[in-house]
Design a protein around this ligand. Structure first.
Ligand SMILES: [Zn+2]
Ligand SMILES: [Zn+2]
Length: 155
């Protein structure tokens, strides 16, 4: 079994924090329409953390979504700023921790993409689009330079 990864993060307002030991082989990006709706973004990524390896502090609000199949999934988010923290089964037997708010998010590279049938069709072309370092009038740059490629190859 691969070594567990230390993960930590805080929501945008700082009221909610999470520390955990994650499964490095279980990093998944989900392109389902629920993930797109909840996040307001093209997809969400999660890393799997067992309940005995997670400490969540602060003000987590929960919303339970019911799938067409009847399966219930608890969506945990900061009750003040709305930062998405996790999804879990109702018995909290495992946590799917959202990678976006974690300090380690740049190195938590998804090993698998699911619900490709609803993925944004333009994702494959993002490296060919114009990228700016910061705001719309800042310096042009490429986030897909050699350093990043090297990092991805190592993982
Ligand atoms: Zn917050
Ligand atoms: Zn999804």
């Amino acid at each position: 079994m691969p070594e567990l990864l230390d993960v930590s993060g805080k929501c945008h307002c700082g009221r909610t924090s999470l520390n955990g030991l994650a499964q490095p082989d279980m990093i998944i990006a989900c392109h389902c329409t629920d993930c797109q709706t909840f996040s307001g973004a093209p997809f969400r990524a999660v890393v799997i953390v067992k309940p005995e390896n997670i400490v969540i502090k602060g003000d987590v609000s929960q919303y339970t979504k019911v799938a067409d199949s009847g399966t219930e999934r608890v969506q945990g988010f900061c009750g003040k700023c709305g930062t998405q923290i996790y999804a879990a089964a109702t018995d909290k037997s495992v946590y799917n921790v959202r990678t976006g708010f974690l300090d380690q998010h740049n190195t938590l590279i998804p090993k698998k993409h699911i619900f490709g049938k609803s993925a944004a069709p333009w994702l494959s072309s993002i490296s060919e689009t114009t990228w700016m370092k910061e705001g719309p009038n800042s310096e042009e740059m490429s986030p897909f330079d050699d350093n990043m490629r090297e990092l991805v190859m190592r993982l």
